[in-house]
Design a binder for this molecule. Structure first.
Ligand code: ADP
Ligand code: MG
Length: 246
């Protein structure tokens, strides 16, 4: 479903990604772990077209992003890529002046062209799935961080993405709210949603990931099933990361 080959990303002189190779199959839950500053967020931003990169290629099904295509070719590919990917960030990126319901129906109506009643029905179903069906008329500021993040997940799902990207979705939350959000993500994973999750929540990665990729020094230094990576880490970078997380 996703194939990344030799991805190189520089900011000026600094090479943040120095040749990342990664494959993600349909239905996989891939957790990306690695020290702060190892390029995990940058990687996600290259994957969904938010950043251009200097080398290598990203293929999402038949859509290709690479370093040599023209800005127009890149923009066309990015439009397709964005339709296939939903993204949930660390911060809460809900529209502050809209209600929960309005946040979730906005893109399906304006981007997918759903009728309002269809979009509302889809939103109700998804908000029910994330445990927020009783807060349709609330504004984001009236919700806890965990509730906002669950609405953000419903909003992303409303576009029916093939792939969900999560960039440290719980790192701004206290433990109880973290638990609510990880529970929703665990349900999604069990239902077969393809997911790429950047996280420091090692217990979640251990329990839910089908594959763990360890970022270090601008590359993926180690990949494997969670048991293998956590119980028998092959790379020094993984061992020090796990020791820090204890
Ligand atoms: P991670 O998500 O793994 O913590 P990031 O992808 O956020 O890492 O950052 C990797 C490196 O790239 C860091 O050194 C960061 O300072 C740098 N970086 C990220 N974004 C930019 C940018 N827009 N301009 C310059 N440097 C950046
Ligand atoms: Mg990051």
């Amino acid at each position: 479903m996703i194939a990344v080959d030799g991805l190189v990303k520089r900011f000026g002189e600094v090479a943040v990604l120095r040749g990342v190779d990664l494959m993600i199959a349909k239905g996989e839950v891939a957790c990306l772990i690695g020290p702060s500053g190892s390029g995990k967020s940058t990687f996600l931003r290259c994957l969904n077209g938010l950043e251009r990169f200097q080398g290598g290629r990203v293929a999402i099904g038949d859509l290709v992003l690479n370093a040599v295509q023209s800005p127009a070719q890149h923009a066309t590919a990015v439009r397709g890529v964005c339709r296939r990917m939903g993204m949930v960030f660390q911060g809460f990126n809900l529209f502050p002046h809209q209600t929960v319901l309005q946040n979730v129906i906005e893109a399906p109506i304006h981007v997918l062209g759903l009728r309002r009643d269809e979009a509302v029905e889809r939103a109700r179903r998804l908000l029910d799935r994330v445990g927020m069906a009783d807060r349709l008329d609330a504004r984001p500021r009236e919700l806890s961080g965990g509730q906002q993040q669950r609405v953000a997940i419903a909003r992303a799902l409303a576009m029916e993405p093939e792939i969900m990207l999560f960039d440290e979705p719980t790192s701004a939350l206290d433990p109880r709210m973290t638990g609510e959000v990880l529970a929703v993500m665990t349900d999604l994973a069990r239902e077969g949603q393809t997911m790429i999750v950047v996280t420091h929540a090692m217990a979640f990665a251990r329990k839910v990931a089908t594959v763990v990729h360890v970022f270090g020094d601008g590359r993926v230094v180690e990949s494997g099933p969670p048991l293998q990576v956590f119980e028998a880490p092959a790379h020094e970078a993984t061992r020090s990361l796990l020791a820090e997380a204890q």
